[in-house]
Design a protein around this ligand. Structure first.
Ligand code: TRP
Length: 456
């Protein structure tokens, strides 16, 4: 294959691994995973999530990387090119478009939550948490989200720093930072787990996470677990596809995908192990929702020795993790603007960024002026438009996008093409991948989806 990306390439496969891990590890692992696990009863939910990572997530990640690396363009143009190459309908490019829309929608709320983390850097650094009770820490959080101006300020700041990196180009943007900060985040999480071990209720936390009780899990919960497998690995909207398009040709797709998925899962489980013991030790509610980590971790930072330093550092690292994820949410749109509209990266980033920023205002208001509740797949959701956007993207658009990616890679693309890219011969490992994307993913996604919305 002689196609080349006009946007440049990662210098080697480690940079790809770093960038893809940077995209995968983010608020999804540290903020979302604990709170949806809490809402869905713990162990059984975690088990389904882990199963989805292995049988659906990893094979789809391989498919996305392989499509991206073969097409070497934004997901929209990659799908157009590859469909033509395979003699299939040009409508396959709709997959790219739906990814662009999903990316905008996700980033619009992602940035608001990352804004919470940004503001907690200041709170932690100025000693707000020191010696505080669980109630006053909850009050602080509620006070913050009920003021739309505060949320808007931090959301704007986060969008701004995201756009700066995107404008500079993903390869140059965060490379250095991720190299250092990812391991630091990892070490700090282990430290937090160490604190949780000594806080008294560690075993209750472990049991909650790993002792499955299927009576607590609804089909709506199964759909959420599957949707989160897509979300946490950045799958189903073209983020990993565009990162794959910058991947050098000599790197093994299977090995890198497995490595990224492993690192991502480890971070999520560590976050769970750090948070639930604190939840139980302080008599808090595991199903508290999106506020969970902001109401639990500060309690720990307020009590542990060195909490001022560790607390500040933790939220700084959380912001960096969110930052390296957010750029991948908008990169497919920016790359398309550069390819098709001939915009400079700066102009493309500015336009995409302002659009997302505006959309984010919906989420800003959903925690105060516009909050309302509704039911979806048998569960009550009470954060208004934020929940609507989250369900629409994580539970519907990403799994659907992933399903079509699987169908394209396994049924439409010529066998020779996928074999060339995966470069693992036609043997058992290739057959296993093919079986998973051909049958398991499409059937699994469809059944879970229909079950959750109560079709049968
Ligand atoms: N995976 C990131 C997280 O867990 C979020 C993210 C980045 C994402 N890019 C994505 C989610 C693309 C879905 C699709 O925080």
């Amino acid at each position: 294959m002689s196609r080349k990306s006009i946007h440049g390439e990662w210098s080697n496969r480690w940079i790809f691994i770093l960038a893809a891990t940077g995209s995968a590890v983010g608020l999804g692992n540290i903020w979302k995973f604990p709170y949806i696990t809490g809402e869905n009863g713990g162990g059984a939910f975690v088990l389904v999530y882990l199963l989805c990572i292995v049988v659906i997530g990893i094979p789809i990640m391989m498919s996305e990387v392989l499509l991206g690396r073969r097409g070497k363009q934004s997901p929209i143009n990659t799908m157009k090119t590859l469909a033509k190459e395979a003699g299939a309908s040009r409508h396959w490019q709709l997959l790219g478009w739906s990814g662009v829309v999903a990316g905008f929608l996700i980033l619009s709320y992602y940035s608001v939550i990352a804004g919470w983390a940004l503001s907690y850097v200041l709170e932690a650094g100025s000693g707000t948490f020191t010696g505080q009770s669980a109630e006053s820490i909850a009050d602080l959080f509620v006070g913050k989200i009920s003021n739309p101006w505060v949320l808007l300020f931090w959301h704007s700041l986060f969008m701004l720093i995201t756009m700066i990196v995107v404008a500079r180009g993903v390869q140059r943007g965060l490379e250095q930072a991720i190299r250092l900060l990812m391991p630091a985040l990892f070490i700090l999480l282990i430290l937090m787990v160490g604190y949780a071990m000594n806080s008294g209720e560690f075993m209750q936390g472990v049991m909650f996470l790993f002792n499955p009780d299927f009576s607590k899990l609804s089909w709506g919960g199964v759909l959420t677990a599957m949707g989160h497998a897509f979300f946490t690995l950045s799958l189903g909207m073209g983020a990993i596809m565009i990162y794959g398009s910058y991947m050098p040709h000599d790197a093994s797709i299977a090995k890198t995908s497995i490595l990224v998925a492993l690192a991502d899962t480890l971070v999520a489980l560590l976050a769970g192990l750090a948070i639930f013991p604190i939840v139980f030790a302080n008599g808090l509610e595991p199903g508290a929702g999106p506020s969970l980590i902001f109401m639990t971790l500060p309690i720990a930072f307020g009590q542990m020795p060195g909490g001022l330093l560790f607390g500040t550092l933790f939220f700084v690292l959380l912001v960096f993790a969110a930052w390296s994820s957010s750029i991948s949410l908008i990169e497919p749109a920016v790359a398309w603007l550069v390819e098709n509209r001939k915009f400079t990266r700066l102009k493309a980033a500015a336009i995409a960024g302002i659009g997302t920023w505006l959309l984010g205002i919906i989420t800003v208001f959903s925690f105060n002026y516009w909050s309302f509740s509704f039911h979806f797949a048998g569960e009550k959701k009470s954060d208004g438009m934020f929940d609507v956007i989250d369900i629409l993207t994580s539970n519907i658009m990403l799994p659907l996008g992933g399903l079509f990616i699987a169908v394209f890679a396994a049924w439409i693309m010529h066998k020779q093409a996928s074999q060339d890219e995966l470069a693992m011969g036609g043997g058992a490992r290739y057959q296993l991948w093919k079986f998973l994307v051909r049958y398991v993913t499409p059937v699994g996604v469809t059944i879970i989806f229909l079950k959750a919305i109560g079709v049968f």
